[in-house]
Design a protein around this ligand. Structure first.
Ligand code: SAH
Ligand code: SF4
Ligand code: F3S
Length: 464
């Protein structure tokens, strides 16, 4: 019996209720799922590792990829027999598909008891009470909560006690929700609502609590994290204040929009010693015509200039980005401009996607959609270039000694893994730990001499 199985058995035996949350999409959803788990813990629910063992199953969904909603419906189809076995089971759909589809989900999948969007999960305990009440009256509870009280969510987050669920030395803290940019391909402004910044004091309090629990790296999250502003302070000021927390060694933030970058945040990369030299700054395309059609409000030259300023402040900065190929109207020349931008900037890593029409967004209705085969060919070429740059960046670390924040044993179980300042996974085989207790490394930042570079990771030996 695995540890998870044992926990599940113990939970069943004690008659406690159990929950299972399946998370899709971005880190903001990961953060939200952890908060839901904590809110449910306060309501008497213990997390289990599989839907089969749970009294409550929540799918925390993402709407960014093609056929996202269809995938949720087929997952719900798989949950149906479980609910037939356990009539008390509660099934919820949360996140961005829930926000976009609303009551339609319950109409198409009657197995669902509650649908709630990214800004309403703080109402979860109240929803559960209502479900109990309605069931006691013999009703079939069907709750739909998809309004946008983001400020209420932030207040509620303060009341949810954070637990070191993962016991990782690295934690996320959401500081900003929503997006007002309306890039013409993107669903996020419709699913997450308008930009709202969380109060500075609340962020600092959450960070302090995490550090007291042993966390040494915090990543600030927001769909447009660099739009964060509160009481006249912007992100650079928040990072300075967080940097003053003793025991907090590393700070990161994601995701930034080129439009909201200011000089102070650029300077912070040279001045704030805790801020790690890694920046995810999506550009999407290198063609000005496509950037305009995407409503990005920056040109390729603006973006390249921005990356120059960052590198002037922090010469070893690792840059990352998102790209979309095959946006409606993208010509061979537009795509060549994207390749040229990649050559010019030189990325440490990146994410790239074929454009896929999202219903309800302006670009989905454009007449000049690009042929699938053309999209696939362009994506392959772009990824070839990006991968080569990533490999070159990783290779350049060979022979260097990098401070690594150790986290956990790797999946293979014979090495300890951590992250370099540039966010690369670094593996140190147990056999070269020189008799040191591998798990004692967890949460420590130690120098590692990099001896091997791979496509997606580095390996090395402790340099102490
Ligand atoms: N706020 C973030 C983006 C979140 S979505 C930002 O502005 O960077 C993550 C990425 O998904 C986007 O950067 C984009 O590259 C990709 N994406 C979003 N909508 C898409 C679509 N309709 N087709 C293909 N890729 C898309
Ligand atoms: Fe989407 Fe653009 Fe907002 Fe990013 S900035 S979440 S891509 S609309
Ligand atoms: Fe997906 Fe919603 Fe995040 S659509 S990417 S889960 S904001």
């Amino acid at each position: 019996m695995s540890i998870n199985d044992q926990q599940t058995e113990a939970v069943k035996a004690s008659n406690e209720k159990t929950c299972f949350i399946k998370t899709y999409g971005c880190q903001m959803n990961v953060y939200d799922s952890q908060r839901m788990e904590e809110a449910l813990a306060a309501a008497g629910y213990r997390p289990v590792a599989a839907a089969e063992d749970a009294d409550m199953v929540i799918l925390n969904t993402c709407h960014i990829r093609e056929k996202a909603a269809e995938k949720v419906y087929s997952e719900l189809g798989r949950l149906k027999p479980l609910k037939q076995q356990n009539k008390d089971m509660v099934i919820g759909v949360a996140g961005c598909v829930a926000q976009a589809e609303g009551a339609e989900i319950i109409a198409r999948a009657p197995v669902v008891d509650m649908v709630f969007g990214p800004q309403t999960f703080q109402q979860l305990p109240a929803m559960l009470d209502e479900i109990d009440d309605r069931r006691a009256r013999g009703d079939k509870p069907k709750l739909v909560r998809t309004d946008f009280p983001a400020a209420e969510k932030f207040e509620a987050l303060q009341a949810i006690a954070r637990k070191p669920i993962t016991r990782s030395p690295s934690a996320f803290v959401t500081v900003q929700e929503g997006c007002d940019k309306f890039c013409t391909f993107c669903v996020v402004p419709y699913t997450r609502g308008e930009e709202v910044s969380r109060a500075r004091a609340d962020i600092i309090a959450e960070a302090r609590a995490l550090v007291a629990d042993g966390v040494s790296e915090i990543t600030l999250l927001g769909q447009n994290v660099n739009a964060w502003e509160h009481e006249g302070i912007r992100l650079d000021g928040l990072l300075t204040q967080l940097g003053e927390i003793e025991g907090l060694a590393r700070l990161r933030f994601t995701t930034s929009h080129p439009r909201d970058m200011d000089a102070a945040l650029i300077a912070a990369h040279g001045e704030n010693e805790k801020l790690m030299p890694y920046l995810h700054l999506p550009v999407q395309s290198g063609s000005d015509a496509i950037l305009k059609a995407m409503n990005r409000k920056h040109s390729a030259a603006d973006y390249i200039e921005l990356t120059r300023k960052f590198r002037a402040a922090r010469p070893d900065l690792a840059l990352s980005s998102d790209f979309i190929v095959g946006f409606p109207g993208e010509t061979d020349a537009d795509f060549a401009a994207t390749m040229a931008l990649v050559e010019e900037v030189n990325y440490a890593q990146a994410f790239s996607f074929k454009y896929s029409p999202r219903p309800g967004t302006p670009a989905a209705d454009a007449a000049d959609q690009v042929d699938e085969a053309v999209k696939a060919a362009r994506l392959a070429r772009l990824q070839g270039l990006l991968n080569a740059q990533q490999v070159a960046f990783n290779n350049a670390q060979k022979g260097r000694v990098l401070p690594v924040l150790f986290d956990k044993p790797s999946k293979s179980g014979d090495q300890m893994s951590g992250r370099s300042p540039y966010l690369q996974p670094v593996h140190v085989p147990f056999e070269v730990l020189g008799g040191r207790d591998a798990t004692a490394l967890r949460g420590r930042i130690l120098p590692v001499e990099i001896t091997g570079a791979h496509a997606n990771s580095l390996s090395g030996v402790l340099a102490i």
